[in-house]
Design a protein around this ligand. Structure first.
Ligand code: 13P
Length: 283
């Protein structure tokens, strides 16, 4: 059943667990994520970056793959199709027009005023279609930032201003997490996280879920995080299993066998995250 992110995340906020956002890249990943989430009865957000959308063929391809799998595999859990890090108003509109149920406008590289102005435009459009909008503030960098002092932690007053002036549904404040592998230990600002939770009335999103210790994930959920994004850890699990398979089966050339050899490792990782986030048996 397709749902927008707001519906499933409001419930998570109330009941103190986090909805998993897993990035998808192709048909197989989408299928593995849906099957594992269905098995554990967890709502799930399928995050699709602009790059992954392009790779898969376009926004309509993504929506039709997800809808087709939901129907043919008889998936009953709530599923959201979410544009991850939409870089422009136009991208968000294209995703909404194709049937995405949630979009992120990432205008975090601009000034606060510009971020607010672009985000507002997306919200105005999305509301007409009951589509959820997530925005980012501060800057959640890549792993190249993880060991340095140039992570732009969000400023609490800026977060409040962004939320109040745009009427977004979800906010992703940069609080020390980064995308990809951490070089040192992740340093999340839980004090700020809790302060933001108490000052804004909408659920918070944690990007860069890969490599954050389990105890930190639990603490983040206590401090107001209701959606956690995971991508790199699935890539590592899937590609690691495939590399092993190929090295042990040099004469196999059937793509279904090669691609499918990553399924088990990836689904184990998905289930591990669902249990850690506490979203199993929640619908
Ligand atoms: P990781 O790749 O670090 O898991 O981050 C995923 C993410 O935040 C997608 O928006």
């Amino acid at each position: 059943m397709l749902e927008n992110a707001k519906q499933m995340i409001e419930k998570a906020k109330e009941r103190k667990y986090a909805v998993p956002h897993f990035n998808i890249n192709n048909l197989e990943w989408t299928r593995y994520i849906l099957e594992a989430s269905e098995e554990l009865k967890s709502p799930v957000i399928l995050g699709v970056s602009e790059g992954a959308t392009k790779y898969m063929g376009g926004y309509n391809v993504v929506v039709n793959i997800v809808k087709g799998l939901i129907k043919d595999l008889k998936i009953t859990i709530p599923v959201c199709i979410h544009l991850d890090h939409g870089s422009s108003v136009e991208s968000c509109i294209n995703a909404i027009n194709a049937g995405f149920t949630s979009v992120m406008i990432d205008a975090s590289k601009y000034s606060l005023e510009e971020n607010i102005s672009l985000t507002k435009k997306v919200v105005n459009y999305a509301k007409k279609y009951n589509v959820t909008v997530e925005a980012e503030i501060g800057h959640i960098g890549g792993s190249e930032d993880s060991n340095s002092s140039n992570i732009a932690y969000a400023n609490v007053d800026d977060v409040i201003k962004l939320v109040e002036e745009t009427n977004i549904d979800l906010v992703a404040p940069a609080l020390g997490s980064v995308h990809g592998i951490y070089k040192g230990d992740p340093k999340l600002d839980f004090i700020k996280m809790e302060e933001i939770k108490n000052k804004v009335n909408i659920p918070l999103v944690l990007h860069g879920g890969t490599g954050i210790y389990d105890y930190q994930i639990k603490k983040a959920i206590e401090c107001g995080i209701s959606k956690i994004n995971i991508n790199t850890e699935l890539q590592i699990a899937w590609s690691g299993a495939i590399k092993n398979y190929i090295s042990e089966n040099q004469n196999v050339y059937d793509p279904r066998k090669i691609i499918g050899s990553g399924k088990q490792a990836m689904q184990n990782k998905i289930k591990e995250k669902i249990e850690l986030f506490g979203s199993n048996n929640k619908y």
